[in-house]
Design a protein around this ligand. Sequence first.
Ligand code: ACM
Length: 271
Amino acid sequence: MKLSVLQFNPIHKNVQKNYELIENYLLSLKDSIVVLPELATTGYLFESREEIIDLAEEVPNGPFTKLLENIAKKNNLVIVSGIAERDGEKVFNSSLLVSKSGFIGKYRKINLFYKEKNVFEEGEKLEVFDVNFMNESLRIGVMICFDWFFPEISRKLKLMGAQIIAHPSNLVLPYCPKAMPIRALENKLYTITANRIGMEKNQNETLKFIGQSVICSPKAEYLLKLDENDEGIFSIETDIIINENITKYNNLSQDLKKLYEKEQLRSNFKR
Ligand code: ACM
């Protein structure tokens, strides 16, 4: 199975141009699951909800969902992309998922980072989606950028049955690419982190994004690790093999079941 990331430099506040860039990149790819960065259509750095609301759009009724649905159908892709999602007067930092059959679902970021708290509403619900692709049934969980920092998020996605975590990102700190092989190992799944590149300036603030998109295996391997300035679509081929035995010495599902039963017992005791 082909797993891909699009690592690129979205143009700040230029949604139409970002549609064009994304369409051109994706039309060069066929028969793949592909993950795009967080906020791929708007860029990242906003000071307030008012500054982004007219650039945000409804999901799935907005034009970006339609564009991705058409590309997915044409080229047999499963696409997960970050987007600023408008819902009435609220804006969410969301990711949407489409396949050749159309819109599958969306996730609204729970752990907002830094000034995102002044711009977006917090999401409230984790999502794992059933996806049919290349004659296989897969369960794909979605988290967005800073969600990686809270191991409970990946663990909960695992407990909800995720086999792959799609992870649109706009990373500025250096740690996430080092941590993702361990998220993949400890939860026995594949992770696809698509980060952006470039710099963005807004008012008095400048941010530099670190690139270094990574695809990791349940054996803590980097199947893909990009550089800070790589730009374009990058793919690897792998069999998605989910075997709950990390080694012959243990079984993750049984161990987790026991752990949470004990935890439940413990939390019933009053100290
Ligand atoms: C981030 O959550 N965009 C760092």
